[in-house]
Design a protein around this ligand. Structure first.
Ligand SMILES: [Zn+2]
Length: 177
């Protein structure tokens, strides 16, 4: 009996640790300080046909993200949103921007100084509208999001000028769900 006690104790400790870990990973509603952004990796792609996207999105979301449209200034859901949280791609839910990096640009479009991580946005030259601008896209599903300009505030000097219709806002308290 005495010889078996330490072994039994050890087994019980392992079981207890496993139980506690299991509880932790099943998600107590802990994190309120903002969940870390999911950094995109290039093997995780979302591809759908135009018809499939059309069924999933509203007309405005479709026109902006899949047809490179631009919503009218001061009409979108997010230009004047000051709540803490994360802005995701409306098409594929990739984390794109955080409220901490949002600023009042006065343009009527939601504007950010930087994305959640460099990997989470793609850019390419856009030569439409008689000027060369830099288009910003979702790297996961190729959604058109907006443009980035070099007239933004510190710390980056960049202004990511986004369409509300391309973004889904997730409040900080909802981020883990
Ligand atoms: Zn996307």
């Amino acid at each position: 009996m005495n010889a078996k006690a330490p072994v039994l104790c050890g087994v019980m400790s392992v079981a207890l640790v496993a139980f506690l870990l299991g509880t932790a990973f099943r998600g107590s509603p802990a994190a309120t300080a903002g969940a870390p952004a999911k950094v995109w990796n290039m093997n995780d792609r979302v591809t759908k046909t135009a018809e499939e996207w059309r069924k999933l999105l509203t007309t405005e979301q479709f026109n902006v993200t899949r047809r490179k449209g631009t919503e009218r200034a001061f009409t979108g859901a997010h230009w004047n949103n000051h709540a803490p949280g994360t802005y995701r791609c409306v098409c594929c839910e990739l984390d794109l921007f955080r409220s901490e990096d949002k600023f009042d640009s006065g343009t009527g479009w939601p504007s950010f100084t930087q994305p959640v991580s460099a990997e989470n946005v793609a850019t390419k030259p856009d030569r439409s509208l008689f000027a060369t601008r830099t288009e910003v896209l979702c790297p996961r599903c190729d959604a058109h999001l907006g443009h980035v300009f070099e007239d933004g505030p510190a710390p980056t000097g960049l202004r990511y000028c986004m369409n509300s219709a391309a973004l889904k806002f997730v409040k900080q308290s909802e981020e883990k769900k």
